[in-house]
Design a protein around this ligand. Sequence first.
Ligand code: RRO
Length: 320
Amino acid sequence: MITSKILHTIKPSLETSIGNITFSFPVCNGSGVWSSSRDELIKLGSSDAGAFVYKSMTIHERSGNPGPRMFMNDFLSLNSMGLPNKGVKYYCDIVNEFRKYNKPQIASIAGCSEEEYFTLFHKINSYPFDAIEVNLSCPNIVGKRVFAYDLDACSRILSKMRSETTKSLGVKLPPYVQRHEIEKMAKQLMVLGIDFVTLINCYPLGAVINADTELVSLKPNNGIGGLGGNALKPIALGQILLYNQYTGGKLNIIGLGGVETGRDVYEFMLAGASAVGIATTLLHEGLSAFTRIKRELITILKNKHISRLKDKIGTVRYWN
Ligand code: RRO
């Protein structure tokens, strides 16, 4: 009884790592949310977020798709943002200054061709970003390939980058619908020596229709966009479990998809995520979501008498 009381007052460690970077708190933003402009990034830096994940960068600034390009309700989000971002130079110009926030800074890059990915990579690689997340799963630009659905193209892009950087290198993937696709990708990422995988980007090609107005919710791409939010959580958990199984827990995972609470973060970590991103929740609630989730997570750990969150990564129980 006394021991349990003492354990309850000790602050648990929330520290985890992704590749060679350490998160003092494992919850970050999903790329693009609060991370497109200098002002947003300053606020993200001052928040309880465990790391910065920059909006996916292209070579030149893009204004993105015309609106309405984002729809949200209590259960889901649907977006067709179309990669609005300030261009790679803008983010390279601020990364050094933002080291003052003492959080890992993860650059996200998105090209329209293999050549563009390399141009972006070479630029980013010479700046003090702590990690590079190669977004091979951006779904919202008609005519732009989703490279993640082509294993050979992914391998070409990632193996060249791996040979040229010592930074933590990761890839952001979409959900796959067949088990063998996940197995092949997971094993290939291990062979290539990739440090982390971000699972998952939105579920592509969704739509929402309003019976009253008889309108689709989004303007771009005739109403088609990527599904996010709570509706995505079971899909994200399934993908994380499978990647974790196929890599024997040796590939670090940033889990993303429908995370709203500290309890969700805990479930994602049981499934095998070493860090967790929030996107739709951050849009709904703002940056105070990090503070709330941190509080909730600490309460769970205290109630379960867990002193180090990282000990729980991948420890989900299965039925015999
Ligand atoms: O900007 C977007 O439309 C977008 C991107 Br790049 C992405 O990777 N995922 C997403 O849901 N939207």
